[in-house]
Design a protein. Structure first.
Length: 280
């Protein structure tokens, strides 16, 4: 590679490094925000789960959201990212999804994030509905929309069970893909005395409202958990890209300096040879 070509390439990679560094800073900022929202979503879900466990422990409920339907027709919600540039995040997720699809009688697939939708379309697998532009900054009304859609399908007996698959972040440096049964609700509880409860919902409508809220909380928590994982992976990917770009620039600068030194040495030798020729 000639010296001028090296200069152009060095300049080009430096511009790319500026972009990846900026994206790294943006991803870091979004990750810290997602971490705070994730913590709040955990408290929200745990509070609702604790309340419902107390209610369920007082009496054996035959609500369909708990008892379930007969059969194994399943729906699945897959949470991915809306765009790439986040390392192996979507690759690991979709590999896990494939394993789970093989073991279940999947009737319909719902995706949150364009990457999952594009993956299924390339595979020739029909996606019933796709929710876009949620994964970066999920809101409670996004979870409510998804929950209402799933409950309508479950109430109409299109499914016997619904699963949600997403990437969880127990700690930032360790992520794991989780496949969780969303409906019917699976909560561990023990029979206890109900004398400490001020209000005990006995009618089916009140119980439906409470369980619907719990399902919405589960989806919201999954969205927040997935968002934290996406932003962390993107920050790490951009950090690695920045480091690699800087290393390439340093290697190219070294090569450019070497070629320039060779050029100067050659010119000096040519000048010296010409001078000796004139003297002779």
């Amino acid at each position: 590679m000639k010296g001028l070509e090296l200069k152009h390439r060095i300049s080009s990679i430096k511009e790319t490094v500026k972009i990846t560094k900026a994206m790294q800073l943006v991803s870091a900022s979004k990750m810290y925000k997602a971490e705070q929202v994730h913590a709040l979503s955990c408290e929200f879900m745990q509070g609702i789960a604790t309340s419902i466990k107390k209610i369920l422990s007082c009496d054996a409920h035959n609500h369909p959201y708990i008892k379930g339907h007969k059969g194994n027709r399943s729906g699945i919600i897959v949470l991915s990212s809306d765009k790439g540039l986040c390392g192996d995040f979507n690759h690991v997720l979709m590999k896990n999804v494939e394993d789970n699809i093989k073991n279940k009688n999947i009737g319909k697939i719902f995706t949150v994030g364009h990457m999952a939708r594009e993956y299924f379309l390339k595979k020739g697998i029909e996606v019933d509905h796709s929710y876009g532009y949620i994964t970066q900054e999920p809101h409670s009304f996004d979870a409510e929309t998804i929950a209402n859609d799933m409950l309508k399908l479950y109430d109409s007996a299109e499914f016997d069970e619904i699963y949600i698959i997403y990437t969880s972040t127990p700690v930032l440096s360790k992520q794991e893909v989780i496949c969780k049964k969303l409906i019917p609700i699976e909560l561990d509880y023990e029979k206890t005395d109900n004398s400490n409860l001020l209000i005990l919902p006995n009618d089916n409508e009140s119980m439906t409202s409470l369980l619907s809220l719990y399902i919405m909380a589960e989806i919201y928590h999954a969205l927040c958990d997935n968002s934290l994982a996406v932003n962390y992976k993107r920050m790490v990917a951009m950090q690695q890209s920045t480091t690699n770009g800087e290393e390439i620039v340093q290697n190219l600068i070294t090569e450019f300096n070497h070629k320039r030194q060779e050029s100067i040495t050659t010119e000096l030798m040519d000048a010296s040879s010409s001078e000796q020729g004139r003297q002779l």
